[in-house]
Design a binder for this molecule. Structure first.
Ligand code: SF4
Length: 254
């Protein structure tokens, strides 16, 4: 059984060699490096998870959210170059949560929060993913929300959002009316309204891509804008070219 996920498929599309290092050679535990943007993103996600799932609606306010963030932060402070760097990322996280508390409906009780899903796509492919949040709309339909703590893309990542909708559609019968990325840095939603045809299309895309992955033999290293997030730069056969493409940490979408 091939276990597919949006992250894994996207990695293969960006760079087959990175995919090989991680999923075939199993080198990630040797080369993984802490990154400030992942540490910050994890803490923001964890604070929002607790806030929306364990804090009673009458106690939800910015102070509570900040308290949750500080609590998470103390548990893992890896990836920052120094105190100033940590402070900068901490301010970023706080600003994102402040915007959330000021602009979002805090009385919502989501149907699901940070739930890990694994469904069968075909007889030999499963599809897995953790979905940040699922709300039920007043008409009973579902709204899938993916929190983003990095740079906003000019267009929504259609494949990723449709994969989330596909996963959810295989688990329950309620219609999925919306799938959104919520960019916390700029306080904006990017929303798609997936149709049955969209979900069929993304299912075919996954099946074709898994076939390609199974047939792959070369695993070329293809330098791209995400080389800066790649833990395998030091063993990359194209590392000189890859190093030239590394963008500032503030330019990364994650
Ligand atoms: S550094 Fe870039 S080109 Fe090299 S393996 Fe990583 S993602 Fe691929």
């Amino acid at each position: 059984m091939f276990e597919a996920s949006s992250y894994k498929l996207n990695m293969f599309q960006q760079c087959p060699r990175r995919y090989k290092f991680q999923y075939i050679d199993g080198l990630i535990d040797i080369y993984r490096k802490p990154r400030p943007y992942f540490t910050m993103g994890d803490h923001v996600h964890a604070a929002l998870k607790d806030f929306m799932s364990t804090v009673p609606t009458c106690e939800r306010n910015i102070s509570k959210l900040e308290h949750l963030l500080r609590e998470k932060w103390q548990r893992n402070r890896k990836g920052f170059t120094d105190k100033e760097d940590e402070k900068r990322w901490g301010e970023k996280a706080l600003n994102q949560l402040r915007w959330f508390a000021q602009s979002q409906d805090l009385s919502v009780t989501p149907l699901m929060v940070e739930k890990y899903h694994k469904v069968e796509l075909s007889t030999n492919i499963s599809l897995a993913g953790r979905i940040d949040r699922v709300d039920q709309e007043v008409d009973g339909s579902l709204h899938v929300i993916d929190y983003k703590t990095g740079k906003m893309l000019s267009e929504p990542n259609q494949t990723q959002l449709h994969i989330y909708a596909l996963i959810l559609s295989k688990e329950q019968d309620l219609p999925i009316s919306k799938v959104s990325c919520l960019y916390l840095e700029v306080g904006k939603f990017q929303t798609l309204k997936p149709t049955t045809a969209d979900l069929d299309q993304v299912a075919s895309y996954i099946i074709d891509l898994v076939d390609r992955i199974r047939m792959e033999r070369e695993y070329s290293a293809t330098p791209n804008n995400y080389c800066g997030t790649c833990d395998f730069l030091e063993i990359c056969p194209n590392r000189e070219e890859a190093a030239k493409l590394i963008v500032s940490e503030d330019e990364i979408d994650f």
